[in-house]
Design a protein around this ligand. Structure first.
Ligand code: SF4
Ligand code: ZN
Ligand code: ZN
Length: 302
């Protein structure tokens, strides 16, 4: 039975604690609000661009931020959706997101690879790693569009599972400089051209987000991108899930221990990255030509 009120439980947390629907929703809300507060994710005067894909994580995030800030005149938000062009997957997500935002009166801006780069992801993945192409292009569009639409922060639906995977992936590849850019709040204040990113669902597990999205009728479509199954990330995800089954709390331990060393990592790598303007597109980058332009050149010359 629910540990708080003795009703029928809907979920067991990693600690073993069981909660009913009402107590779980209250627990989830409380924990996300605490993450925002303790990690100073949102300030007065912020305009938040919420990156939405139409999946459970991003719509849960949008629903919560909308509920938290709907009566707060000092913070505004809008949704930003990038349509990569993945037939049979993203098309459905776009329609669901349009309906979701219309019902809540949330402004929604949609951009597509087709419109911006002249091709759909499906048409350029042959012989390439889809996520490497997609990740670079999406990151670029989210940053430039959020910035050009006047946002001061970009909120993403990354959850605790995503972060634990990223930490391990960087560790396995000896990529600590990339890890220094993880955490619930990333980026540097007033760095020209770059929007700071926030992850309010940082301490919520994928299972918790899925349960919340289902219980609150946010979505009951938990399909994943068809390209995800072959990715390195997915292999790490499956390994972590196996470990979590055997040793509950593993994912929390990965993230908690990482949070302890994150300030030292940020200190070590701070200011190491010189910011230049890409010689091709003028966007901020640490190299002469930004990653987006490198990827686009490879695609266009093949
Ligand atoms: Fe893009 Fe890979 Fe994410 Fe699919 S799983 S949307 S291909 S980054
Ligand atoms: Zn209860
Ligand atoms: Zn460029």
């Amino acid at each position: 039975m629910c540990q708080t009120c003795t009703k029928k439980p809907v979920i067991a947390l990693h600690s073993g604690e069981q909660l009913c629907k009402k107590c779980f929703i209250a627990y989830f809300d409380r924990k996300v609000r605490k993450t925002i507060r303790v990690h100073d994710l949102i300030d007065k005067g912020d305009t938040i661009a919420v990156a939405v894909s139409g999946g459970k994580d991003s719509l849960t995030l949008l629903d919560l931020l909308h509920a938290i800030f709907t009566n707060n005149k000092s913070v505004s938000l809008f949704a930003l959706l990038i349509n990569e062009g993945i037939v049979g997957y993203r098309d459905d997500c776009v329609e669901h997101t349009k309906k979701f935002c219309a019902e809540r009166n949330i402004p929604l801006h949609i951009f597509s690879y087709e419109q911006e780069f002249g091709f759909a992801l499906d048409t350029v993945v042959k012989g390439r790693k889809p996520c490497s192409v997609c990740g670079v292009l999406r990151r670029n569009l989210l940053n430039t569009k959020a910035r050009d639409l006047g946002a001061t922060k970009l909120a993403t639906g990354h959850n605790l599972d995503d972060e634990a995977q990223s930490i391990l992936m960087n560790q396995f590849r000896s990529n600590m400089e990339t890890s220094a850019r993880l955490g619930p709040l990333t980026g540097v204040k007033d760095r020209e051209g770059f929007i700071r990113r926030i992850k309010p669902l940082y301490f919520m597990t994928e299972k918790e987000v899925m349960t919340y999205a289902f219980l609150k009728n946010i979505t009951d479509d938990f399909r994943e991108c068809p390209y995800n199954k072959d990715s390195y990330r997915n292999q790490v995800r499956e390994m972590l899930n196996k470990f979590e089954d055997l040793y509950p709390g593993t994912k929390h331990s990965v993230v908690q221990s990482f949070m302890e060393i994150l300030p030292a990592l940020k200190e070590k790598y701070k200011g190491d990255v010189p910011i230049k303007s890409c010689k091709k597109c003028g966007e901020p980058t640490s190299r002469d030509i930004c990653q987006k332009c490198v990827v686009l050149d490879q695609i266009r010359s093949s």
